[in-house]
Design a protein around this ligand. Sequence first.
Ligand code: ASP
Length: 304
Amino acid sequence: MVSHSVFHQPSAPGPQVIIHGGAGATLKSKGAVPPLRESLYHIVRTIYNHLTQGMGAVEAVVIGCQLLEDDPQFNAGTGAVLQSDGQVRLSAALMDGRTQTFSGVINAQRVQYPITLAEFLQTQNDRVIADAGTVELARELHTPLYNPITPKRLQEWVNESKDGALMNLVSEMGTIGVVVRDTQGHLAAGTSTGGKGGERIGRVSDSAMPAGTYANDCAAISCTGIGEDIINECLAARIVLRVTDGLDLHQAFERSLAESAQRGRDLGAIGLDAQGNIAWGKTTEVILAAYGTNNIVGDALPTA
Ligand code: ASP
């Protein structure tokens, strides 16, 4: 029987930010918590400071995602996990809640910041681009070629290949997400991932679908966990629509996560509503989430 938990931080004046660095089973070592917390807090503070100085929600989400994509502790951008063929393929999505516009890239290769491609696509007629199209797009934008593979991830892949366990490999955790509410009350969400790790070539993650990233002017959500489970629940859009139809954010999380747990799903989500309430929830053991509101920074990390 899968259980679930939901947490709630009530609304406060000023902007809000919540970020995640993935969800999953217990961290391999308790020693992993302090550096993760330090990194998440630093990024929360950076985004929060930008927001208090008047930065808009979409720009703040992009900057937050870039900082997380640069951190090799997380499975996004630099340090993303390798797929079954030893390649890294990156997916990212951005949704502007004010205009209710979704954009994203699926399985992009040799880019440093997939979220930046998603940002460019916000203003285009074609807003979700996959595979070869992402190479063309990166070339068009004069994006330098970049190798996001770190020695640690390569070694993990080599070890798993030797064990013959690659097709069953599920990365420990590490997909990233950022959700903000700016001082104007506008919402935006972004998610970026290297996928599950060890997956079949061409597999598409939930992160660059409305199942994994969704926002309107009522709520904004970023998900993490097993992509297939998140897609089956259509979790991000499900929570947003519940808030749009009148449930408060906490209730929308509670109902959606309870349903997910009943169906044995492995997932987590973070979110904000237009009033500045913050919520996160999970059916997994751990979600690496941290938030900033009312000059306070807090987190959902396991105690070290
Ligand atoms: N949701 C991501 C995927 O399935 C993985 C994760 O969140 O860890 O591609």
